[in-house]
Design a protein around this ligand. Structure first.
Ligand code: SAJ
Length: 428
């Protein structure tokens, strides 16, 4: 069978490579011609995903063929859609998805299978079936269609694509069975079959669940800050209870999934008569975190009386050890600090991005003369920072070290001469 995958990003690329590794010939299509050129030269944008790079080098040109030419999709037996369905200006942007379904409908072989991996707002699958119908194909007869949402976590994409459980949503048994056979080629987790609406809701609920739970941890952190306690100690204790599992509070919740999926669920529900509250408030609370810590830095710098002081932000990715900066809390923190007139110096060991502030390749250079240092991503390297050396390089006393990811030991930081505060513990 000839397989094509539309979209060669975080999910489409590793998926294409796993299918190639299972013995299929795979066309990896993307509209981004620069991306395709890079892939054709064996270069990925997913630097922290070593397994993706290894598979690319293994199958490039033999079973995996990146292409920017939509005509190469023609004659496919299977087309998988893995394009982004982002939130843009407060709404669900489904343009890329609709374009992809149009392409897939025109290129698929009769009797072929179209699988949608992109996250769908509830009821969107029905719209996609109508689009396929408009192209003159009867779903379930001329072409088989299913929804098989991804749930892989950046940082370990290949392992998660292989070992996580999968849900297949389909309207007819043949579409479901064909999809199950396809995914069974490389998925080692359970594969569950259900109807498309259940699959659509389940995917969004998983991320809403995580977002709400992180919001709970963030709320507890704010309570501890207000009461003068330490959330780390509180969390350690409560998590010893057999039925409590409090997540880790932090400077914000980023990434492309948790920041939009809960809202997609909430918006579509509102359109259908029930307006969720908990999910919305959780999202607002999580979104407020970077601004809250920007306020804190601002307060400190005013107290220090450091005019347009220098703030060093360490880490721009939405979480540690990945190169993904989508919806990163660091962005909102940096924007806010710059808006308030501070000079922001940025360092990240993995990705050269600084959201308009000045980027420094070397940690030491970024720290130099800083009045405040904020740790915004939990990169492994930051955990072993030489705090004494950093304090020597930073500005005149007092220098604030704000640990947004709870990775630094308070005593060590204070022994090194910093004024140390962290999420959920402002006592110094
Ligand atoms: N975070 C916290 N505290 C925590 C855990 C995470 O503040 O205890 C923050 C992280 O720093 C990050 C954000 O939340 O900024 C999201 O990170 P994450 O590791 O929770 O999740 P993602 O976005 O990398 O991947 C999620 C996963 N979903 C769930 O765990 C339910 C992944 O399995 C999804 O499939 C993926 O979204 C997706 O593609 O939807």
């Amino acid at each position: 069978a000839r397989i094509s995958v539309i979209g060669q990003g975080y999910i489409g690329l590793p998926l294409s490579l796993l299918l190639a590794d299972s013995g299929f010939n795979v066309i990896g299509y993307d509209v981004d011609s620069k991306l395709i050129e890079e892939l054709s030269n064996g270069i990925t944008r997913l630097g922290s995903e070593k397994k993706v790079r290894d598979l690319l080098l293994k199958h490039l040109g033999s079973r995996y063929f990146p292409s920017n030419d939509w005509r190469r999709l023609k004659g496919s037996d299977v087309i998988i859609i893995a394009v982004p369905t982002p939130r843009v200006n407060g709404t669900m942007e489904l343009g890329m998805l609709m374009e992809a379904i149009g392409l897939a409908s025109s290129a698929i072989n009769r009797g072929g299978l179209i699988v949608v991996e992109s996250t769908l707002p509830p009821k969107t699958f029905d719209t996609l079936l109508i689009e396929i119908g408009k192209a003159g194909l009867r779903p379930g007869e001329d072409v088989f269609v299913s929804y098989c949402p991804e749930r892989a976590m950046p940082g370990k994409l290949i392992d998660e694509l292989i070992f996580n459980y999968r849900v297949i949503g389909a309207k007819d048994p043949a579409s479901a069975e064909l999809s199950k056979i396809l995914y069974g080629c490389f998925v080692k987790g359970e594969i569950e079959i259900t109807d498309p609406l259940t699959a659509e809701i389940a995917k969004l609920v998983e991320n809403a669940y995580r977002d709400v739970n992180i919001a709970f941890a963030n709320e507890v952190a704010r309570i501890c800050e207000a009461l003068g306690s330490d959330v780390r100690k509180v969390r350690e204790l409560v998590n010893r209870h057999p039925r409590v599992n409090m997540l880790l509070p932090g400077i914000g919740v980023g990434g492309s999934c948790l920041t939009k999926d809960p809202l997609f669920l909430s918006w579509v529900s509102s359109e259908n008569g029930y307006s969720p509250e908990l999910i919305n408030i959780a999202r607002e609370l999580n979104e407020s975190m970077p601004i809250h810590y920007a306020n804190l830095v601002d307060d400190f710098l005013r107290w220090k009386n450091s005019g347009s002081g220098i703030v060093c932000v360490l880490g721009v990715t939405y979480k540690g050890d990945v190169e993904d900066t989508r919806e990163s809390p660091a962005k909102y923190l940096i924007d806010e600090l710059m808006r308030r007139g501070y000079r922001v110096k940025v360092h990240d060991p993995i990705v050269k991005e600084s959201f308009g502030a000045r980027f420094y390749d070397k940690l030491e250079e970024a720290v130099e003369d800083a009045d405040a240092i904020v740790i915004a991503s939990d990169h492994s390297g930051f955990k072993e920072m030489d705090l004494k050396r950093m304090r020597e390089l930073a500005g005149r006393d007092p220098v604030l070290l704000l640990d947004g990811r709870l990775i630094i030991d308070k005593e060590k930081a204070e022994a090194s001469g910093f004024v140390y505060v962290s999420v959920g513990n402002l006592s110094s």
